[in-house]
Design a protein around this ligand. Structure first.
Ligand SMILES: Cc1ncc(C[n+]2csc(CCOP(=O)(O)OP(=O)(O)O)c2C)c(N)n1
Ligand SMILES: [Mg+2]
Length: 204
């Protein structure tokens, strides 16, 4: 574990960001993490400094747990970058394009394997992102080529406001309940809307 952050530390950080957003100190979309604290702390127990993380639009907790200093992270969010935070010096990246990080993460994992590296790539994807064709290609390629990558599926059963399971007409999604070397799926629910805060919701 890179940091000693607790669930409460993570929650406190996001509550502060919410206040800044509601005070109009942030003039760009924000995506607040919530409800996934314990699961993420568990995932990050095996993440090391020389590992790489790739996230989607909701990455505050992951950035903190990868070791980005809270002051530095807050400044980037105040600068309007919540939706696409990137800290190359921490090997921590994100993209606001659904499934956008996946092939980049696979490429980095391929490079690690080719160079005989011992480090690993952790890539975070939502439940709807995990149902895309891009996910299937990336997972299949990584699995068949034994790449040093782990896909973490954060499942809130929502794609913005759309119910993922109803969309696909199935109660069980592709990666439901998986906990293997290459995939970890967990369910969670957030008290916040997809973007913004409860007092300042943004609807895409
Ligand atoms: C290519 C693309 N299509 C659509 C969007 C709009 N969009 C942003 S987040 C999102 C929902 C994705 O749901 P999920 O993968 O479950 O992530 P969650 O936010 O629930 O963690 C969508 C459709 C986008 N950002 N990129
Ligand atoms: Mg979702």
């Amino acid at each position: 574990m890179i940091t000693e952050l607790t669930s409460q530390n993570l929650i406190d950080f996001e509550n502060d960001i919410c206040k800044c957003f509601e005070n109009k100190q942030i003039r760009a979309p924000i995506h607040i993490d919530n409800g996934n604290e314990d699961e993420l702390i568990k995932v990050f127990q095996s993440v090391k400094e020389d590992d790489w993380i790739f996230c989607n639009w909701r990455s505050h907790y992951k950035m903190l747990l990868k070791g980005v200093h809270p002051f530095k992270l807050k400044q980037a969010i105040l600068d309007g970058k919540s939706i696409s935070l990137c800290f190359p010096e921490h090997r921590a990246f994100s993209s606001a394009i659904v499934a956008g990080s996946l092939p980049i993460a696979v490429g980095v994992a391929m490079s690690i394997k080719q160079k005989g590296g011992m480090n690993k790539v952790y890539v975070f994807v939502g439940d709807m992102g995990a149902e895309t064709g891009m996910m299937w290609e990336c997972f299949k390629y990584s699995f068949n080529n034994h790449l040093p990558i782990k896909f973490i599926v954060e499942d809130n059963n929502k794609s913005v406001v759309t119910n993922t399971r109803r969309t696909w007409g199935k109660d069980i999604l592709t990666f439901d309940g998986m906990n293997s070397e290459m995939v970890y799926h967990f369910k969670y629910s957030s008290i916040f809307p997809h973007a913004g805060t409860n007092a300042g919701r943004i609807q895409f």
